[in-house]
Structures are given as C-alpha cells and as structure tokens.
Design a protein around this ligand. Structure first.
Ligand SMILES: N[C@@H](CC(=O)c1ccccc1NC=O)C(=O)O
Length: 306
C-alpha cells in the first residue's frame, strides 16, 4: 500500500518528530492551560458523572438498551419532555483513546439538548483491550442502525463524537448501510477534537492496549480512505462540522484541518470551526451549558434541517 499524498504522506510533520514530541502532541491533557493535567482529567470525569446523574434523574430515559448481543453493546436513550413520533436524534460516541471512558459518565449534552426537544443517545462500545478498532467501528455502526430501526420516523440523526469518538463517528461516512439492510436518516456529524489519521498514534504509548498495526491504522483511518480509496459519493444531505479547541495540540489542529480539507475535496458539505479559549476537555464539558457556543451551533444545525 502506498502512503497518501496529503498530510498523512511521507512529508507529514509528525514523521520528523522525536518519540517524546509525538507522545506530547498526542497527550491532550498536557495541553490544558487553566489547570494541571491530572486536575483536568478529574474535572472532566466529575462533570461527566454529574451530567449523567442529572440526565438519569428525570426518568425520561431508556437505559442499557441493547443494540447487539454482546454484553457491551448497550446504549442509553434520553428523551425530551414533549414526546413525539418524529424527534430529531443526536447519537454520541465518547472519547478516551479507544481504551477509557464509558456511556455511564458521558451524558454531557443531554440536559441542554433534551430541553430543546432533541432525543440523545449515548453509546457504549467495547474499549481496548477487550475491543479492537475494527470491533468498535462495527459496534458503533450497529448502534446507528439500531436507532434508525427503533425510530424509523425520526426527524434526522446527527452523530457527535469527541476525540477517539469523533474518529468512530467519522468512520460512519464509510459504512456500507446497504449491506446492513437499513440506511439511517443521517443529517449531520459533529466531530469534536478528533483523530482521523491513526498512523501517528500507532507510534505512541496509547497504542499499547490497542496493538494497532499499519494495516489496521489505514483500514480505520477516515483520512486515508478519503485520500486513497475510490471515492464514495458524498451525501449532500449530511452536513459535517469539524471542530477543534484553540488549546488542542498542533497535531490535533492539523488532523482536524486536513480532514476538513479532504472532505471538501471529496464534495462533502463540511465546515471547520476552531472554538476560542477551550482545551480538549473543556470543549466537551461546556456542552453541559445551554448557552455555550457549541451547544448553540449543534441546536441550530439540528433544527435547520429537521
Ligand atoms: N491519556 C490521554 C487521555 C485522553 O486523551 C482522553 C481522555 C478522555 C477523553 C478523551 C481523551 N482523548 C481522546 O480520546 C491524555 O493524556 O490526555
């Protein structure tokens, strides 16, 4: 296999980095500006935990709904007060480098979105070492199919993913829905501080539980597919918002920018947004706030199209 000609190619900046520099660039917690790395991670878990407890306390949820036979193939569905047949859905995939995180601490955006009439689904998947990347991509694909089958009258499904979860969401652009028998009513993707070319991650300590080979990395890199694989027709009805935090590392900025550019080259309806004054974790925990700029962008996008 050849290497892509774009940012992932032979001239990619990460190829010239020392092992330490690469490790640094791919350790989001080292780039936070308002607190130490450990405190940032602690706050992130705490806010996720509290948001999930608050979302579950309303009682308007279906928890642990299976989307497959595997023990980890479960999703939580949170409903707005006004129940209708034709709700817009937002399906969220949590981050944590495919090896940490849980649906049980990731309901960040549930309260502000359900308050505005959006049903929110938080998906669990088998993180490493139990799950491989291929398995996680397959699981997430089946979770989207399951939402469409359960709610065929939905007014659009938007996917949202953070970091490793943005990678999983982006992989849905390559899914073979025909083979799965159902084409979800996908209207948009919100990709927050994601990774789209997995090859550099393979050379960091994050790969220890993942055991990604070069073949695995390419097969599971949406960037690689957009640059190298035969073009799949872009869906003009599906808008893609690529989002990065101002204080994300330069490599995270590069990954987002180059993915956005590759999407545009392949005729996807994509836009790019750098969110001011937030780091890799704040961008997500701010989604607990109805007035946060990204919460507002998400709501505006969902209701423009439903
Ligand atoms: N070990 C990582 C943790 C991390 O990257 C992370 C943690 C929680 C949610 C998302 C994350 N990043 C990507 O998936 C770090 O140093 O920041």
């Amino acid at each position: 296999m050849d290497v892509p000609g774009g940012g992932g190619g032979r001239g990619a900046p990460w190829r010239k980095m020392s092992k330490e520099e690469l490790e640094n660039q791919y350790s989001p917690s080292r780039w936070v500006v308002r607190r130490g790395a450990e405190e940032a991670m602690r706050t992130y878990s705490q806010i996720g935990d509290e948001a999930t407890k608050k979302a579950r306390a309303t009682g308007r949820s279906l928890l642990d709904m299976p989307y497959g036979d595997g023990e980890g193939e479960k999703m939580d569905i949170y409903f707005p007060e006004e129940v209708s047949e034709a709700l817009p859905f937002l399906v969220f995939f949590h981050g944590g480098y495919w090896q940490s995180g849980s649906k049980d601490t990731s309901a960040f955006m549930v309260s502000p979105l359900t308050a505005q009439g959006v049903a929110v689904v938080i998906v669990a998947y088998d993180i490493a070492p139990k799950g491989t990347l291929d398995k996680m991509v397959d699981q997430v694909t089946r979770s989207v199919v399951s939402v469409q089958k359960r709610y065929p009258g939905n007014r659009g499904i938007h996917l949202c993913g953070h970091s490793a979860g943005a990678h999983l969401a982006a992989m849905m652009l390559l899914a073979n829905w025909t083979k799965l028998g159902v084409t979800p009513n996908l209207k948009g993707l919100f990709l927050v501080s994601g990774i789209y070319d997995l090859e550099p991650v393979m050379h960091t300590s994050e790969n220890a539980p993942l055991l990604v080979t070069l073949e695995d990395a390419r097969r599971n890199s949406p960037q690689w597919h957009l640059e190298m694989a035969p073009a799949q027709p872009a869906d003009p009805g599906c808008r893609i918002l690529v989002i990065v935090g101002q204080h994300d590392s330069p490599e995270f900025h590069r990954q987002s920018r180059e993915f956005y550019q590759a999407l545009r080259r392949r005729s996807w309806e994509a836009s790019f947004e750098e969110l001011r004054d937030v780091d890799h974790f704040e961008v997500l925990w701010n989604l607990t706030q109805k007035d946060y700029v990204l919460t507002q962008i998400i709501l505006k996008t969902i209701f423009q199209e439903s």
